[in-house]
Design a protein around this ligand. Structure first.
Ligand code: HEC
Ligand code: HEC
Length: 81
């Protein structure tokens, strides 16, 4: 195999791999979750940091509704409108 062919194969395989790894999150592409603004009194004092959100929404110690995806980052990107 030439070096070039090897490269093409590597790149293709990487693409396929990333595609499948991403599948779990695919459902969320372009989707927005419910907004923290629906409960302003609860979220008023929240600084919009992931760590804070997780203090109340991580499955292990939830005070509010449990997050189905505590491993996500940038909570506010999807839950702010
Ligand atoms: C002080 C604890 C606390 C913090 C911090 C907090 N939440 Fe909440 N959150 C709650 C509670 C309690 C509710 C449920 C309110 C209700 O049902 O009356 C809620 C509701 C929600 C909901 C709505 C769920 C639904 O059923 O519609 C979302 C989405 C949410 N929070 C996301 C976030 C995000 C994102 C952050 C970080 C910016 C965050 N929360 C920070 C306590 C918190
Ligand atoms: C890529 C966008 C995205 C990100 C980032 C994200 N969420 Fe969500 N979230 C959603 C969507 C969409 C739903 C509704 C999913 C469902 O019903 O299966 C949801 C559901 C929830 C719920 C359940 C309440 C409800 O409305 O059913 C909570 C709580 C929540 N997210 C908290 C968080 C927290 C905390 C973070 C950060 C660690 C976060 N989310 C990051 C998109 C996102």
């Amino acid at each position: 195999m030439s070096t070039r062919q090897k490269w093409v194969k590597t790149i293709l395989l990487t693409g396929v791999l990333l595609f499948f790894l991403g599948c779990g999150h695919m459902a969320y592409l372009g989707m927005h979750g419910s907004s923290i603004k629906s409960y302003p009194d609860v979220h008023d004092s929240v600084e919009k940091e992931d760590t804070q959100c997780l203090e109340c929404h991580h499955p292990d110690n939830a005070e509010g509704p449990v997050s189905p995806h505590p491993e996500f980052t940038g909570c506010i990107n999807c839950h702010n409108d």
